[in-house]
Each structure stands twice: as structure tokens, then as C-alpha cells.
Design a protein around this ligand. Structure first.
Ligand code: NAP
Length: 248
């Protein structure tokens, strides 16, 4: 029996949805914020640096969407709770969570890496991911989506980046677990596995890195928005996007 042909399912729309993006005042987070706003999505944007966050909020206003800039250090459980309480008060729910905040550390082998650097990276990239996700989940319903900005360092290792590699490998384990826990609730969990992208993070990681070989943040943002627009019957569980030039 031939399979009965179905008409193409409609793409999910982002207009008037509510998205929270951590680390949205520059780099990949900012590009995702702009891409979502251009689709008509309302935004809550966070980071630690108030002046740049406010400036970003003013710039995003040109898209005629609601934009709420709120300072939050993702390492601070109290600040994260305050952030999500504000989201609930002002938006009554959350459709999209983009866990994007992250830091790197200067290239140093394990013998040299200060314990403070290890702690700071794990606290931001892994503990912060847990804290924001846990606080956001009560606001998220069937059809909503979580994008965790991991890295190709979640799959491969780069010598000199032990804390960064470990944080991103841990974040991938967390993301995969979360996806299974949320499957029956109809909440999609997307692991964003991006290769080298031209942002400020490289000033810490490798200042002389060949920027010309990297992707732009806007390219990564296009891929994220396309994944979020997939019909709700489907999910891009892992979004791997790499520079055409390959690894650096
Ligand atoms: N660039 C790449 O090649 C690449 C590739 C794959 C994945 N990634 C990942 O992409 C994410 C964004 O990085 P990026 O490349 O766009 O670098 P970036 O330009 O340095 O942006 C990092 C963002 O995280 C925020 N942030 C850092 N610590 C924070 C904290 N404790 N609490 C809240 N926000 C914090 C920063 O804002 P404040 O400093 O104001 O807090 C900033 O908005 C990171 O998770 C990174 O690991 C990057």
C-alpha cells in the first residue's frame, strides 16, 4: 500500500512568543536576540554588564517587540530566581529559553590552570546552565523549547582548555538528560554545537586566532531560528554548525 501523502506541516511561528536569552549583550546571544526579535518574538535579555545590556535593549526596540533587559549573574541562585520571578510577573510564561551565557579561560595546561579559573568556568557554563533551566521550567509548557549553547568543545577536546572542555562536556550530558525528562511534556531541548564563531570570547581563549576562518554570530543565529521554526512534531535535537574552513 502506498503511504498516504500528507500536506507539508506548517512551520512553527515565533511571533508574540516570549524568549529569555542569557548573555544577550554581545556575541552569539545578541545575534540570537536580534534574529528572534526580527521574527516578532518578545524578549527578556540578561547579562552582568548593565550599560551594554541597556544599550542592547534600546537597539532591539526597533523591532517593535517587548524587550525587558534584566541584570543577572547566572552563577547566583538568588539572582536567577529573581529573574524568573520577573519573567513570570511580566510575561506569565516562557516559550523559548536560550541558555547562552558562557566564558572561556586563557589557554593553560592542567598543571598551570589556577583552581579559581576552573571554578569560574564550571560555575558559569555548567552550574549557571542548571540554575537558569531549573528556575525556568515551571514557566514552560508543551510546545516550548530550550536551546543550550554548548560548543564543539562538548564533543571534542582542545588541549589548554580543560575547564572549558569539561564544562561543555558536562553541559552536553545535562542537555541530553533534560531532553529525555521533558520529552513526554512536549518541550524540545536543542543542543547547539557550534564551531569557531567570531566573538569576544576568543580574546580570552586565543587572541591571535584566525578570525577570518570563523563563522559570524549571525550565521549561528539563523540556524537557531530555523531549528525553532520546525513544525512542532519534530525537533532538531543536536544542531551542529561549523565553519566551512573546518577547525582552526
Ligand atoms: N565564539 C565561539 O567560537 C563559540 C563557539 C561555540 C560555543 N560558544 C558559546 O557561545 C556562548 C556565548 O559566547 P560568545 O562566543 O558569544 O562570547 P561573548 O561575546 O564573550 O559572550 C558571552 C556572554 O555571556 C555573558 N556572561 C558571561 N558570564 C556570565 C555570567 N556569570 N552571568 C550572566 N551572563 C554571563 C556575557 O555578558 P556579561 O559579561 O555582561 O555578563 C556575554 O553576554 C558561550 O556559552 C560560548 O561557550 C562560543
Amino acid at each position: 500500500m502506498p503511504t498516504k501523502r500528507r500536506s507539508a506541516p506548517a512551520l512553527a511561528h515565533l511571533r508574540e512568543k516570549v524568549a529569555l536569552i542569557t548573555g544577550a549583550n554581545r556575541g552569539i546571544g545578541l545575534a540570537i536576540a536580534q534574529a528572534l526579535a526580527s521574527e516578532g518574538c518578545n524578549l527578556i535579555i540578561t547579562a552582568r554588564d548593565e550599560p551594554t545590556l541597556k544599550k542592547t535593549g534600546r537597539e532591539l526596540a526597533r523591532f517593535n517587540v517587548r524587550v525587558l533587559p534584566l541584570i543577572c549573574d547566572v552563577r547566583d541562585p538568588v539572582a536567577v530566581k529573581v529573574l524568573l520571578a520577573a519573567v513570570e510577573r511580566q510575561f506569565h510564561g516562557l516559550d523559548i529559553l536560550i541558555n547562552n551565557s558562557g566564558i572561556a579561560h586563557p589557554s593553560q595546561n592542567v598543571e598551570q590552570l589556577p583552581f579559581e579559573s576552573w571554578l569560574e568556568v564550571i560555575d558559569t557554563n555548567l552550574n549557571g546552565l542548571f540554575l537558569v533551566t531549573q528556575a525556568a521550567l515551571p514557566l514552560m509548557k508543551r510546545g516550548s523549547a530550550i536551546v543550550n549553547n554548548l560548543s564543539i568543545a562538548a564533543k571534542r577536546v582542545f588541549p589548554g582548555s580543560s575547564a572549558y572542555n569539561a564544562s561543555k562536556h558536562g553541559a552536553l550530558g545535562f542537555t541530553n538528560t533534560l531532553r529525555e525528562e521533558l520529552r513526554s511534556k512536549g518541550i524540545r531541548v536543542i543542543a547547539l554545537v557550534a564551531g569557531a564563531t567570531d566573538t569576544e570570547i576568543w580574546n580570552t581563549l586565543w587572541p591571535q586566532a584566525p578570525r577570518g576562518k570563523m563563522m559570524s554570530s549571525e550565521t549561528v543565529a539563523v540556524a537557531v531560528v530555523n531549528a525553532l521554526k520546525l513544525p512542532l512534531e519534530s525537533t532538531m535535537e543536536e544542531l551542529v554548525i561549523l565553519p566551512t574552513a573546518g577547525t582552526l
